[in-house]
Write a protein that binds this ligand. Structure first.
Ligand code: PEP
Ligand code: MN
Length: 341
């Protein structure tokens, strides 16, 4: 880190700062200018030193402390500069092949999930999505089928060979959902549910980690560090739109610039969810094409046999026929950017 002090700092105060650095095992190098004193400090950050930058900032002679290394060391690109491919059975997310996760917002019945599974499989999806535990804004809204919903998903996997991604909201449910899911989804509303992050850090099932609706990219990376530092390095990030001032035409502001930003910050794969990102059926295909062009490693798309009867998110769900035509467009963009589907 770099520590900037007022140039008039008395020597004893400067020595005090240097001593603090030495105590924590940092080497230092002091440059004295007329207006500022600049200390370059080099050391390996660990939990015992986590507060040092903040503590030094609180000294009256210190004007600013500038960290050099990213605080999220396991998530940072430097941890694995070649990039990570997250294996889900025989699939690899983050490799040359793009993966599409498609299915209804909620698992509503056995017939519904089996029908959608067949349709998205035929169109080229490799992973079936469907919520059995739903994070709803209102307690009176459909909350999901719970374990029977997971059983229907497992049956759909058996019949189609698709992998399953489904949400877990409660740390106490992680054991149960792990029994059925190939990928655990952590939703936007739980991005900073730290007990839940710690719990999924203890298992080896891959995690689809959605960005919080009001989270900065830095907060998202720091939250992902909880999962990796807990022991589960199989994390796939998912951009799903953030809150903005204008919700007249879109549900969220689909932050596609986050895709290349995240690729530069981390080695983890990232997929994009234009369904929640826009909240509007007609915007899903254009934003799916743009997401693939921006470098996303996959897509999450909501598909329902009859969107007008969906128990959640019907307005942003494609029919199986619309989904099949989106897949054709996505295939062409994949070819243009050197990926395959
Ligand atoms: C979902 O995938 O249906 C969902 C609730 O997503 P998010 O957490 O992004 O709102
Ligand atoms: Mn949804």
């Amino acid at each position: 880190m770099i520590i900037i002090l007022d140039g008039r700092t008395p020597d004893p105060d400067l020595r005090g700062v240097l001593k603090r650095l030495e105590e924590k095992g940092f080497r230092h190098d002091v440059s004295r200018g007329e207006a500022k004193i600049i200390i370059g400090a080099i050391g390996v950050p660990d939990a015992a030193k986590a507060n040092l930058a903040e503590q030094l900032s609180a000294l009256s002679c210190v004007e600013r402390v500038i960290p050099i290394m990213k605080p999220y060391k396991r998530v940072a690109r430097d941890f694995r500069p070649e990039g990570t491919q997250v294996k889900v059975g025989d699939l690899a997310l983050g490799g040359p092949r793009l993966h599409v996760m498609a299915g209804p917002c909620s698992v509503e019945s056995r017939a519904q999930i089996l029908e959608v599974a067949q349709a998205v499989k035929e169109a080229g999806a490799t992973i079936l999505r469907g919520g059995a535990f739903k994070p709803r804004t209102l307690p009176y809204d459909f909350q999901g089928l719970g374990e029977p919903g997971l059983e229907f998903l497992a049956e759909a996997r058996e019949k189609t060979g698709l992998k399953i991604v489904t949400e877990v909201m409660d740390p106490r449910d992680v054991k149960l959902v792990v029994k059925y899911a190939d990928i655990l989804q952590l939703g936007a509303r739980n991005m900073q549910n730290f007990p839940l992050l710690r719990q999924v850090g203890k298992v080896q099932t891959p995690v689809l980690f959605k960005r919080g609706m009001s989270a900065t990219i830095d907060e998202w990376m720091k939250a992902a560090e909880y999962i990796l530092s807990g022991g589960n390095e199989k994390v796939i990030l998912c951009e799903r739109g953030i809150r903005s001032f204008d919700s007249q035409y879109t549900r969220n502001c689909f932050d596609l610039a986050a895709v290349p930003v995240v690729k530069s910050l981390t080695h983890l794969p990232i997929i994009a969810d234009p369904s929640h990102g826009t909240g509007v059926r007609s915007l899903i295909a254009p934003m799916a094409r743009a997401a693939v062009a921006s470098g996303a490693d996959g897509l999450m798309i909501e598909v329902h046999p009859e969107p007008s009867k969906a128990l959640s998110d019907g307005q942003q769900s494609l029919t199986p026929r619309e989904f099949a035509s989106l897949m054709k467009e996505v295939r062409r963009v994949c070819e243009a950017v050197g990926r395959c589907l």
